[in-house]
Ligand binder design. Structure first.
Ligand SMILES: Cc1cc2nc3c(=O)[nH]c(=O)nc-3n(C[C@H](O)[C@H](O)[C@H](O)COP(=O)(O)OP(=O)(O)OC[C@H]3O[C@@H](n4cnc5c(N)ncnc54)[C@H](O)[C@@H]3O)c2cc1C
Length: 328
């Protein structure tokens, strides 16, 4: 069984930052990622542009050069990929962590391919794997998706986009520009206030001029092969429909966190318990990094403000190991 100072679960930007920091500080480590390098970013919309400028997405001060101030998805893939390959980080791809078992002074990390032993574990599994479902009949039809990739697919089609935040609004605008007939279904009274400030006027104007139809204070009642039924303040509306993009956000894998023994707050936010000074959870030796820290508040943490978790955690692990060495 391979034995490490630290195993990092998740090879997103923050998991990679943790691996790089561990390597720099002389710890033995492995990053285990269930998909390709930065799997979540790989699955983002094809033409996605970050709201952060590139220097704010840098890890370990390694320069991130992009064509425009705010990089595109492809540039971010290139940047994080190069960090992994140039630094020869020990990353195990397409390997899923199934369980982390605490033994006395170490953890057993069980994956679908192997078992590893580590003194410390960092969970950096993000939140992009589990979409928030709208829980209506027809949600499982093949024409419904919780992930948006490429506008070309929807050209000349009747597309309903559910949601009012950045993902939904970007998808609605892009698809309309590529010739889709777009209807937005928005639960609240307006387009989300957190929509990027340079995109909000665009969508508001498209709705006002009637190019994109929006139903406010409305929810989906049912989806069928050829229609979508919407509850609106004016009553039920049935529209002809080819595809539905239900872009209503994502959530961390709370079952996984609970299985690991991490306490979650019971105030609806499901915030995991951790010490912000060290990022160590209520389970000694088990740390959290990246957007997973936000519980249901998935907008609180992003790359910009969570890349700092890497040095915080690796310093904490080094201090713990030094203290343990002194004792023995
Ligand atoms: C559309 C969109 C735009 C965004 N724009 C920005 C921006 O402009 N600026 C910014 O700072 N942030 C932005 N964010 C947020 C940012 O992308 C995330 O904060 C970032 O991906 C978080 O990194 P992470 O490493 O914490 O999590 P992730 O990138 O989600 O990485 C988690 C990794 O863990 C892996 N994983 C999960 N479970 C397991 C398991 N059991 N075993 C092994 N591997 C596992 C996943 O495959 C994934 O690769 C955006 C997010 C979205 C959705």
């Amino acid at each position: 069984m391979q034995d490490f100072d630290v195993v990092i679960v998740g090879g997103g930007p923050i998991g990679i930052a943790c691996g790089l920091e561990a390597k720099k500080q002389g710890l033995t480590y492995a990053i285990i990622e269930k998909g390709p390098i930065v799997n979540s970013l790989f699955n983002y919309p094809m033409n996605m542009q970050f709201f952060s400028s590139s220097e704010k997405l840098e890890i370990d001060d390694i320069p991130f050069i992009s064509k425009e101030a705010k990089p595109k998805r492809n540039e971010a893939l290139e940047y994080y990929r190069r960090i992994v390959t140039s630094n020869q980080l020990n990353i195990h791809l397409f390997e899923k962590v199934l369980d982390v078992e605490q033994k006395k002074a170490f953890f057993n990390i069980k994956t679908d391919k192997d078992t590893y032993k580590a003194k410390n574990v960092i969970v950096a599994t993000g939140f992009y794997d589990l979409p928030n479902k709208i829980n209506v009949p027809g949600e499982d039809l093949p024409k419904v998706s919780h992930y948006y990739k490429d506008p070309h697919f929807y050209a000349s089609q009747k597309l309903a986009v559910v949601g009012a935040s950045n993902s939904a609004i970007d998808a609605a605008l892009e698809c309309w520009r590529k010739g889709a007939e777009v209807t937005l279904i928005i639960r609240g009274p307006e387009v989300g206030q957190r929509v990027k400030y340079w995109v909000r006027p665009d969508i508001v104007n498209r709705i006002e001029e009637g190019s994109i139809k929006a139903y406010y204070n409305s929810t989906v009642k049912e989806i069928t092969e050829s229609e979508i039924v919407i509850n609106t303040p004016q009553g039920e509306v049935t529209l002809a429909n080819d595809f539905v993009l239900a872009l209503t956000g994502y959530r961390p894998n709370f079952n996984f966190l609970e299985k690991l023994g991490i306490q979650l707050s019971d105030d609806g936010k499901r915030l995991p318990a951790y010490d912000p000074e060290t990022m160590e959870t209520n389970v000694p030796g088990l740390f959290l990094a990246g957007v997973i820290c936000g519980g249901m508040e998935t907008h609180k943490w992003f790359i910009e403000n969570s890349r700092i978790h890497a040095p915080i955690i690796i310093n904490a692990i080094k201090n713990k190991m030094a203290a343990a060495d002194k004792e023995s």
